[in-house]
Write a protein that binds this ligand. Structure first.
Ligand SMILES: Cc1cc2nc3c(=O)[nH]c(=O)nc-3n(C[C@H](O)[C@H](O)[C@H](O)COP(=O)(O)O)c2cc1C
Length: 145
């Protein structure tokens, strides 16, 4: 089974979560913008939440995914408080791609709001967040086998 992890991140939070997901799945995380033309049986795909919604470029990226390339997506988001994973699932499903029932929404509170758009140091996840990601990936992969 081919697994891939793609993310959109302005401030680094989603990048950190994507990299933790990728580590748990034994692959590398890649940002949107790099052409993703490989096929994936399982694509973990996530982004941040900005002003109540997903990033415009991220949504445009999601629109480019096709069922010929991607069998199933696993949506994840990071946010101050909101869970927008269903928005990711909705775009994929509209394009004929199945979305896993399992979704990961990591909350950062107000942390890193100030990091928006700048050249900043890498975001470190807390032990609790890393455990949450590991547990999530374990659950998804156990079901996918
Ligand atoms: C401009 C801006 C707008 C935001 N709007 C929201 C929002 O509407 N709801 C929310 O829960 N979090 C909001 N946040 C918090 C981000 O979703 C959160 O910091 C997220 O982890 C950012 O991901 P990134 O670091 O990968 O870019 C906002 C952050 C910024 C910088």
């Amino acid at each position: 089974m081919k697994i891939a992890v793609i993310y959109q991140s302005r401030g680094g939070n989603t990048k950190a979560v994507a990299e933790a997901i990728a580590k748990a799945a034994g692959v590398l995380a890649e940002p949107i913008g790099k052409t993703f033309d490989a096929t994936a049986d399982l694509l973990f795909v996530g982004g941040g939440v900005y002003a109540w919604g997903l990033d415009k470029d991220f949504k445009a990226y999601l629109e480019t995914l096709s069922p010929q390339n991607v069998k199933r997506i696993v949506p994840f988001t990071t946010a101050g408080g909101m869970d927008k994973t269903k928005d990711i699932a909705a775009i994929a499903e509209q394009n004929g791609i199945a979305a896993a029932k399992e979704r990961l929404a990591v909350k950062f509170g107000l942390k890193n709001h100030a990091g928006f758009g700048g050249g900043k140091s890498p975001v470190m996840l807390t032990d609790k967040q890393v455990s949450m990601v590991n547990e999530f990936v374990g659950k998804v992969l156990a079901k996918a086998d």
